[in-house]
Write a protein that binds this ligand. Structure first.
Ligand code: KIV
Length: 292
């Protein structure tokens, strides 16, 4: 039996963002904002801050679950975190990232797994990686009424083929292939495309050629929107920070300091103080002492 879609409890004051909203933002020349989230409080905070779209990225594997790359994360793990995000965010467009091997084996499996993100994960859309080789799957998923965000350039699920986390589209022939892929994905029905780690001038060219919005990560300012991995933005992921990231906080350091302060307070009996304890009135106390 499938788990029912979660009901968000977050208070909201803005209208729900849809795929159409993103398209209209591009048409008006307004920039689209997207960040990743994997849990309820983070999703709620960024939704309240006014983010357009939240991606439950398969970067979950690395920044939350501690794996070396994105390949090990499963559909069930992605759905578990999608549900938490859906409970926290009421207004942002929610995009579930299809994990490695959830859409590559067959078009049928791709549609079934995409459907699970909406039915069981509370997502509004899915994202999947790849160019021309994904056209059949994208057509079938969008044909089932599920909006698809494409993802080309550096596609982390293919690091073994790409030879690591490296920028893509730097030669004329590789760039031409990416332009062709972007056009094919638009034609197949994608509502938007992530461009990761490609030259800024190439991303700008692709963005101008497409009617659907591009969302860049390490792809310069010429894209229609920007996305970053939230754990990079907050300084929560200590292993490495890609060159294209702007870090807005150092939460790893903050957390370590808070934990060290807590340990010291407990060890020196500064915590818990009177204010943190439950009281008992004298009469009840005397009664107790008489009885034991
Ligand atoms: O998984 C992820 O976080 C992503 C972004 C880098 C776009 O795919």
């Amino acid at each position: 039996m499938s788990t029912p879609a979660p009901i968000s409890t977050a208070p909201t004051t803005r209208k729900k963002v849809t795929t159409l909203t993103l398209r209209q933002k591009k048409e008006r020349g307004e920039i689209i904002t997207m960040l990743t989230a994997y849990d309820y409080p983070t999703a709620m905070a960024m939704d309240k801050a006014g983010i357009d779209a939240i991606l439950v990225g398969d970067s979950l594997a690395m920044v939350v679950l501690g794996y070396e790359n994105t390949l090990p994360v499963t559909m069930d793990e992605m759905l578990h975190h999608s549900r938490a995000v859906a409970r926290g965010a009421k207004s942002a467009l929610l995009v579930g990232d299809m994990p490695f091997m959830s859409y590559q084996i067959s078009v049928e499996e791709a549609v079934r797994n995409a459907g699970r993100f909406l039915q069981q994960g509370g997502m509004d859309a899915v994202k999947l990686e790849g160019g021309r080789e994904r056209v059949d799957a994208i057509r079938a998923i969008t044909g089932a009424g599920i909006p698809v965000m494409g993802h080309i350039g550096l596609t982390p699920q293919s690091i073994n083929q790409l030879g690591g986390f490296r920028a893509q589209g730097k030669t004329a022939s590789a760039a031409k292939r990416l332009v062709e892929d972007a056009l094919l994905l638009e034609e197949a029905g994608c509502f938007s495309i992530v461009l990761e780690a490609v030259p800024a001038r190439l991303a700008e060219l692709i963005s101008k050629k497409l009617s659907i919005p591009t969302i860049g990560i390490g792809a310069g300012a010429g894209c229609d929107g920007q996305v970053l991995v939230t754990h990079d933005v907050l300084g929560l992921f200590d292993r490495f920070t890609p060159k294209f990231v702007k870090q807005y906080a150092d939460f790893h350091k903050e957390m370590q300091k808070a934990f060290a302060d807590y340990i010291e307070d407990v060890e020196t009996k500064r915590f818990p103080a009177e204010v943190h304890t439950v009281g008992m009135n004298d009469k009840e106390w005397e009664e107790l002492l008489k009885e034991i």
